[in-house]
Design a protein around this ligand. Structure first.
Ligand code: G6P
Length: 596
């Protein structure tokens, strides 16, 4: 999703801004642009497509100046094109924007009536021209901002530069992330920390309804009431090495392969004490337990639902955050709401969490991105500690989320009086997971062969039962995201109630079959598919005649979200790679979905 970067300092701004954009590329985007305050006023360059194209244009015709803003756009209002790419210019100002202005149409109609002209289809240009109209009246940047934010509805983070104040950047935040960092010579602002790390590890995070005015080595912070406020910088723990590919062809493959190490970090110091450093008080609520999340994080929560139910009979509801935020609720102080998010910035998850919090429920966030909006909004936060996840499709965050949720489940079971021996046995099993994953990943070659056989198919079913079912759901999501194949998942008992009518020799099924009582039932469902000429790829420790076989180690079925997911991630990766897709930035997708 859109990325914004701003720079003011002693360096030439263009290379700094391009490097910032490169670091934000992982968020997913379709066009890019830059605007720099030069000696002859603001000059901008924009391209449809990638940052590399923008760089080429800047090499042909350099734009020199030491203050500027830049943007990667993920189209929301108006198709991807140079015309709709940011930054936008009006009078002496230029703007970049991440977010959505919901009342853009009304504002635009009013501005057109007042005689203003537009050059794009975007909501961003409406915000800029609105700001310029207010500036014409007030002749004060601060007053114009304060009036602007009263008029705008929606979520936004803006960066603005001005020809009349050539070293100034203004940043405005309401609902979308914005962070600014400073060292002796440079001020750099961006929509995420990644773009700051080559300059500084000290960052000032803005809260919603705040803005800053920066330049000449100073940053002043204000709230939307116009008051000057203080902001204490935070020391950031990530380093840039974590953001590199480490010898792998793609970030995705690196992130799949580093899951044992990531899980070791996520679990470190947390298994024996069942998360007591983070969750100091009893967490078992008298009332409901609800998980809210989107995408892969939602699928991780489904595993928790199955696990805690098996462990202690507790029922957990898992809701899509985008639905939960608009549904009626019976939440109270007796409810526990767990929000899961790799990025910590997913708009729907954040709003759903705030809704739960406002209703009095106790909220816990499981988040990877440090100091992100969701991490800051929850009552208590458990960080995944797995380093940055760059590839758009989530992999290592999934296994970390499931692991931390399993610890939450053990904590609840323990608080509800489960026998210590039972809890200890599970702790031991969880501690062994990284080793099991490493052993599997060292011997996972057959998955690539199976991908070579199947990558030209157009449709796939994924099936599972019990804990194998949520694992299969995540497998199907990975295939869709990466290979653009149609992949649908069913609890295998449902196949005969409709989906099986689609089966023929061109519609293969991936059956996720960990051991346990339900496996024989799943094998019966597999036979029904094979009887209708369907090809089946069986992911299991036990072979079934007539299936392609992905051999899994003998493990407890409840560990399959950590182990059986690996070949499903790899299968999607290899298929996408064979198809020549952009593996790390699949089309139409974004890593951090900061719009509704
Ligand atoms: C986007 C990403 C997915 C991710 C989902 C939820 O759609 O492309 O990979 O699972 O958002 O993201 P979150 O950061 O909240 O876990």
């Amino acid at each position: 999703m859109c990325g914004i970067v701003g720079y003011s300092g002693k360096k030439n701004a263009a290379p700094v801004l391009l490097e910032g954009l490169r670091r934000l590329e992982y968020r997913g985007y379709d066009s890019a642009g830059i605007a720099i305050n030069t000696k002859k006023g603001i000059r901008s360059v924009k391209v449809k497509g990638k940052v590399a194209g923008l760089e080429e244009k800047l090499l042909e015709k350099p734009v020199v100046g030491s203050c500027g803003i830049a943007h990667t756009r993920w189209a929301t209002h108006g198709k991807p094109s140079v015309r709709n790419a940011h930054p936008f210019r009006y009078n002496s100002f230029a703007i970049v924007h991440n977010g959505i202005i919901e009342n853009w149409k009304t504002l635009k109609d009013d501005l057109i009536k007042a005689g203003y002209n537009f050059t794009s289809d975007t909501d961003t240009e409406v915000a800029l021209i609105c700001f310029c109209a207010l500036f014409e009246k007030t002749q004060s940047i601060g007053k114009a901002i304060l009036q602007l934010v009263k008029m705008l509805k929606g979520a936004y983070a803006f960066l603005i530069i001005d020809e009349q104040n050539p070293s100034t950047i203004i940043g405005v935040k309401n609902g979308n992330p914005l962070v600014v960092g400073k060292n002796a010579d440079d001020i750099i602002a961006a929509s995420d920390l990644t773009a700051l790390l080559s300059f500084t590890n000290r960052a000032f995070f803005l809260e919603d309804r705040q803005f800053f005015v920066a330049g000449d080595g100073n940053i002043d912070f204000y709230n939307f009431e116009g008051g000057k406020i203080s902001n204490t910088p935070v020391d950031v723990k990530w380093n840039q090495e974590e953001a590199k590919k480490g010898g792998y062809k793609h970030y995705l493959l690196k992130e799949i392969m580093e899951q044992p190490a990531a899980l070791t970090r996520a679990l470190a110091g947390r298994v024996d004490n069942l998360l007591f450093d983070e969750l100091k008080n009893r967490i078992t609520p008298k009332g409901r337990i609800i998980c809210i999340a989107c995408g892969t994080s939602y699928n991780a929560a489904l595993c928790f639902k199955y696990f805690i139910n098996m462990l202690s009979g507790v029922s957990v509801t898992v809701e899509f955050a985008s639905e939960f935020r608009y549904q009626p609720h019976d939440l109270s102080a007796d409810s526990l709401v767990i929000a899961l998010s790799q990025s910590g910035e997913t708009s729907d998850t954040k709003e759903a969490l705030l809704r739960a919090k406002n209703s009095g429920a106790h909220t816990i966030a499981i988040v990877n991105s440090w100091e992100s909006s969701i991490a800051r909004a929850a009552d208590e936060t458990i960080y995944m500690n797995i380093g940055q996840e760059i590839s758009v499709a989530s992999t290592k965050a999934y296994t970390a989320e499931v692991a931390l949720l399993y610890l939450v489940a053990l904590r609840i079971a323990s608080e509800r009086g489960a026998a210590a021996e039972k809890i200890d046995a599970w702790k031991q099993k969880i501690k062994e997971v990284p080793k099991i994953q490493s052993n599997y990943l060292e011997n996972s070659g057959s998955v690539e062969d199976i991908a070579k056989k199947y990558y030209k198919k157009k449709n796939f079913f994924y099936i599972g039962r019990g804990i194998g079912y949520p694992v299969a759901i995540e497998g199907a999501l990975k295939l869709k995201e990466l290979s653009y194949m149609h992949a649908e998942c069913y609890a295998s008992g449902e196949m005969k109630h409709g989906p099986i009518s689609l089966i023929d020799s061109e519609f293969p099924t991936i059956a996720v079959a960990p051991p346990g009582g339900l496996r024989d039932k799943l094998f019966s469902n597999v036979s029904e598919i094979k009887s209708r000429m369907g090809q089946v790829i069986l992911v299991s420790d036990s072979m079934l005649a007539g299936c392609d076989f992905i051999k899994m180690p003998k493990i407890d079925a409840w560990l399959s979200p950590f182990v059986y997911i690996l070949p499903l991630q790899l299968f999607s990766y290899y298929a996408a790679n064979l198809l020549g897709n952009d593996v790390d930035q699949p089309r139409n997708l974004a890593k951090s979905v900061t719009v509704e």
